[in-house]
Design a protein. Sequence first.
Length: 525
Amino acid sequence: MSMLLLYGLHSMVWAQQSVPRYGIYEITLSGPAAGNPFANLELSATFKQGDKTYRPEGFYDGEGVYKIRFMPDREGTWTYTTHSNYAELNNQTGALLCVESKNRGPVRVADTYHFAYADGERFYPFGTTMYEWAFQPEARKLQTLETLKGTAFNKARMLAVPPYKPYYVQGPTRLTEFPFVGTARDNFDFSRFNPKYFQRLERDVQRLSDLGIQVDLILFRPYDKGQWGFDTTSDDTNRRFIQYLVARFAAYQNIWWSLANENSYIKHLSDEDFDHYFQLVQKYDPYGHLRSIHNADRLYDYNKPWVTHVSLQYYNAVKVFGVSPLLRDIYKKPIIHDEINYEGNSESRWGQLSGEELTRRFWIALTGGAYATHGEIIDNGWIGGGGKLTGSSPQRIAFLRQIVEAGPAKGLTPIDPAFVMNAAGKKGEYYLYYFGDDPIKEWPFVLPVRDLSKGMRFQVDVIDTWNMSITRVPETFELDTPTRYTAADQHRRVVKLPGTPFMALRIQRIGDAANQPKAKVEDEL
């Protein structure tokens, strides 16, 4: 992280320092420590380069230290000027040099239903859930980071604020830092933030960024059970919290904003409150990081313009084929099934999936043109605080990620969702069929007709999604004259399968039939 330390507050400072593209440039200013700067501070800076302008918010970092963080997205010299209602912090000027880097920048929505980094590289979210990782002892955090190095997970859902648990009050995981000044409900000062708490959280976000992992940071949550009161804070406190959190974290390239976990369980907040909070995040984040909200028993309206993608907890959507394509049609946004139950042996019904079933749900999500998020609760491990993974699904999810990333560059699209619900890919070029629990012994080579023509040739791979094997079928399949709805192999051949569950087919076009006329398809289901 590049820093510029400014000490001569009443003089113009032009100490130009380099920062990598999509890295973090930090202005540090000295100012008053008296009063309550958390409650009445106005601080920002205007960064300019040519026709580009950004105005990130600043924040108070305690002990008379004020900071403004900037993430430059274009190489070259940027200049800045600070703005503040504190005279000591106002009208400070300087410059920085943004240099080339391997950073890819924030993840954005791409092609309506998918994602890409700011530099254009595709991003396929294969996430995991570790809600309380940031509140664990350092040894557990390091163990988690080491575990993540050996997985394919590239996104992590985690809480910004700890839930109340007895072991956070006493015992080896006792918390010594809280987001607000104080140590218990009777002495928390909700008008003052605790900078040391957020400094530790920043370090954790950066460590995940160093591993190439996106952080789906959850701002609000229930779960205090009347103990700490972090889930019943006032609207004024919530607004200050949003502004402070965004000011501290928006310059991190790997941040996603999740407005809440199980939002409808936060009983004193309405959907209209979350509307306002979404808009505040949107206002204070100059880089437009992804924004969504995780539901409980009531769905938030994901069609609202400040929501970038759907973060869904609806287990039935990935138990059967066909729901994800419907959700795509409803929302016209990327769909991430962020909670699909967990692999585990929990007493709670949401944590009792086998590895086979969690893997199956991932495949159903992906072949529906959507994405899914992993979670594990075996002997109460992982989702609560990371550590080690002991389940059987992570390596199978990694195998699926390899297949997806080797497929169509723009992601998987449902092929014919009204009638062929278990296939996705790119019409005319790539087809991924998943058969789930069905013990298929043979599959007639028949494809939905769109973008197909006589003479097109295809190769087929048989994929065992559980045993993680790919077997090339020796025959090449060539299409006969298409009919109204389908195109079949000219010899009416079939693909042999072992008659076991969890099989898939990957069908890819080979050769060139570009000069062949495409089949005429009527615009009907």
